[in-house]
Design a binder for this molecule. Structure first.
Ligand code: MN3
Length: 205
């Protein structure tokens, strides 16, 4: 069963003015699609892997033959990372985190401002391309940064929230100003969706 590009759950312009429509269209329809296509290409002929869902594939990355492991890491990670990224944003979003994830953020980081500062520090501190993540590590939430398209799933972590800091994610509107993009991005975070991911992670799903 080939991996497929998920439909964006909102219009390209839905996240304006924080993320512009052109960036959303190119990011989802060109960049994300390329990860999906190249993942399918890498898995062709590996019948045992072709049937695995993307989460299982990345969690068991060490069982992927070395010859295709870099391609699966980059493109499988790219596919899962972008599916999550586009799913945790929406129109009319942002604000303070709600529900269980809001409580967990306060407990782990002190308050929302300190949490945002840590995610931003990791986003800006990631040299070159990568991601700043909030993950469930199996017993608690934690902020981590990862290079390229490396998925937190490959570390045994469950990603709950992530910001893409590849230049393709922001350059059209923000050029070299990655910190401004990070600040604006908080206005797009759908905390209801992050709470869903948090509940599933804690339940071991
Ligand atoms: Mn991207």
């Amino acid at each position: 069963m080939a991996h497929t590009l998920p439909a964006l759950p909102y219009a390209f312009s839905a996240l304006e003015p924080h993320i512009d429509a052109a960036t959303m269209e190119i990011h989802s329809q060109k960049h994300h699609k390329a990860y999906v296509d190249n993942l399918n290409k890498a898995l062709t002929g590996h019948a045992d892997l072709e049937g695995k869902d993307i989460t299982a594939l990345l969690r068991d990355i060490k069982s992927v033959p070395e010859a295709i492991r870099p391609a699966v890491t980059n493109n499988g990670g790219g596919h899962h990372n972008h599916t999550l990224f586009f799913s945790i944003m929406s129109a009319d979003a942002g604000g303070e985190p709600t529900g269980a994830i809001g409580d967990a953020i306060t407990a782990a980081f002190g308050d929302f401002a300190a949490f945002k500062a840590k995610i931003k520090e990791n986003a800006i501190g990631q040299f070159g391309s990568g991601w700043s993540w909030l993950v469930w590590d199996g017993s608690k939430i934690a902020a981590v940064k990862k290079p390229n398209q490396d998925s937190p799933l490959m570390d045994g972590h469950v990603p709950l929230l992530g910001i893409d800091v590849w230049e393709h994610a922001y350059y059209l509107k923000y050029q070299n100003k990655r910190p401004d993009y990070v600040d604006a991005w908080w206005n797009t975070v759908n905390w209801n969706k992050v709470n869903e991911l948090f509940a599933a992670a804690k339940a071991g799903k």
